[in-house]
Design a protein around this ligand. Sequence first.
Ligand SMILES: [Zn+2]
Length: 121
Amino acid sequence: MKNHNCINCGNKLLGRLDKKYCSSNCKNQYNYNRRKNTKFETRGIDSILHRNREILDTIMGPKRFKMEISKTELSLMGFQYKYITGIHTNSKGKLYHIVYNFAWMEFTEQKVLIVKNRKLK
Ligand SMILES: [Zn+2]
């Protein structure tokens, strides 16, 4: 038979088998710890991604939605190419690397194209 214990403190649970906690206190504590753990385990990569987005945002400025930039220049600003939030191949087979509301695409050997807030077609 399956154990029926509070997943936070391990106390035996009485009543319904789908109950997971012995009290709302245990429920809150369990969820708090889980969130804290996620925050801790993801902070390194999160900050790299946030930095990547900030770099693209800074380069692009408020008015542009598309531009070319040299790969080296982007690297020198601290951009880390391998950290992306998604990937998209458009109808022409071009591979876009998504970083939140931005995306970049390898344009030539030395250059990348950056786009902002666009539907990637
Ligand atoms: Zn408990």
